[in-house]
Design a protein around this ligand. Structure first.
Ligand SMILES: [Zn+2]
Length: 144
């Protein structure tokens, strides 16, 4: 995700993102969210819900943090430390929501269908085409 969006999250929720910018040998949060810009809204809403939960649970407020946020097999995948069962459930909901939101632009309609086997990125047809032409360009460059 682009830096400008990362920083919005880091500044709004510094304790959740306390490992952001850390040593990449020690944390997988060094570079922040490893996914497209389209999922920013999901992660932001998730952070807001977690903060509300932390308001009622001092332990969670003290120790909750993200350990890794990335795209895996076309879906949002989030690892964390601390928190509580309610926060774990909120994270799971956010991961599931990503199946319905274009990873690159945030569109929620007419996504490229997920195959019964294997996987494709969760993208709208326009972003899918953009990525395909990028892949093809790279292949052509590799061949020449
Ligand atoms: Zn899109």
């Amino acid at each position: 995700m682009k830096r400008e969006l990362q920083m919005q999250l880091v500044e709004a929720y510094p304790s959740f993102f306390r490992e952001y910018g850390g040593d990449w040998r020690l944390t997988r949060m060094a570079d922040g969210c490893a996914h497209g810009n389209g999922w920013f809204g999901i992660v932001k809403r998730l952070c807001e819900a977690i903060r509300e939960e932390c308001d009622t649970d001092p332990d969670a407020r003290e120790n909750f943090r993200f350990e890794q946020i990335k795209q895996k097999a076309g879906l949002l995948r989030i690892y964390h430390a601390g928190g509580n069962a309610r926060i774990a459930a909120l994270i799971q909901e956010a991961e599931q929501e990503s199946a319905w939101v274009c990873e690159d632009c945030g569109a929620t309609e007419a996504l490229v269908p997920r195959p019964a086997q294997g996987w494709v990125p969760t993208l709208c047809p326009r972003c899918f085409e953009t990525r395909q032409s990028r892949w093809k360009r790279r292949e052509d460059e590799a061949r020449s």
